[in-house]
Design a protein around this ligand. Structure first.
Ligand code: SAM
Length: 244
């Protein structure tokens, strides 16, 4: 290990506890997050997986952040994590929520190979990752098949909704982990959300701390009320050139 495991475990426990996330954090989860951090930092030297390289900062910005989402997911949900990159939020969800089955989706094969390798090393049976473009998956047999579709830091809301909403089954939800521009992005995306069969449920502010740094940003939760019309998702060039 390239860091002190015991100190890391203590800090992880303390950060989860101070943000009321501690109930999900079993001893097994602490072991898995410790090993994941070692894998992430080792592989980060070969591939560009994360800009955050200090274990302490990884705890707040990756693990606690994704745990805040894991805490609000319904029991037994099937989830697709679009643009999962190095497995955020999918790997932390798989570690913290054994009741949930999660499919990580990314267009970059190297990142998907990393996620599958990490899942295997951590013996996580509830996560699988595939190399695919979200808009292609939305036109496959996986269309409208997931209870929840998540995405963190993938695209502006107008684009993101067309990538994600076609994959959500009626009665399910899309949950976007967004940054500072969420309100203006949401205003732009409003009519598109309706066209795609969605309705905004809630903008929920997430506020986390590790005692030194603060991390706050919104989760945008959209209900899938109606089926997505067959015309969507369109090819990516159209989605990005003429967003809904
Ligand atoms: N969600 C991860 C996180 O928060 O660390 C990764 C975020 S990274 C900035 C955005 C990821 O979205 C990239 O890995 C990229 O390959 C992926 N991506 C972008 N558009 C996509 C699409 N249409 N289908 C699948 N993956 C996509």
């Amino acid at each position: 290990m390239r860091f002190d495991e015991k100190e890391f475990g203590k800090r992880l426990r303390s950060v989860f506890d101070m943000n009321s996330l501690g109930a999900m954090l079993t001893d097994d989860a602490i072991e898995k997050f410790t090993e994941l951090t070692d894998i992430l930092l080792t592989e980060n030297e070969k591939y560009n997986l994360t800009a955050i390289k200090e274990p302490d900062k990884i705890i707040l910005n990756h693990y606690a952040d994704c745990a805040a989402l894991a805490a609000v997911l319904p029991r037994g949900a099937s989830i697709a994590d679009i643009g999962c990159g190095a497995g955020f939020p999918s790997l932390p969800i798989a570690i913290l929520r054994k009741d949930i089955d999660i499919l990580g989706v990314d267009s970059t094969a190297k990142r998907i190979a990393y996620v599958n390798m990490a899942a295997e090393r951590l013996s996580l049976a509830n996560i699988k990752a595939i190399t695919a473009r979200a808009e292609d998956l939305g036109r496959s047999e996986r269309r409208e098949s997931f209870d929840i579709v998540t995405a963190r830091a993938v695209a502006a809301m107008r684009v993101l909704c067309e990538l994600c909403l076609p994959l959500v089954k009626q009665g399910g939800q899309m949950i976007a982990m967004k940054g500072k521009n969420a309100e203006s992005e949401l205003a732009e995306a409003k009519s598109g959300i309706g066209i795609l069969g969605g309705k905004l449920r809630e903008v929920r502010e997430i506020s986390l701390t590790d005692g030194e740094e603060l991390l706050s940003h919104p989760l945008i939760i959209i209900d899938k009320q109606k089926k997505t019309p067959a015309a969507y998702p369109r090819p990516y060039a159209q989605i990005s050139k003429k967003p809904l």
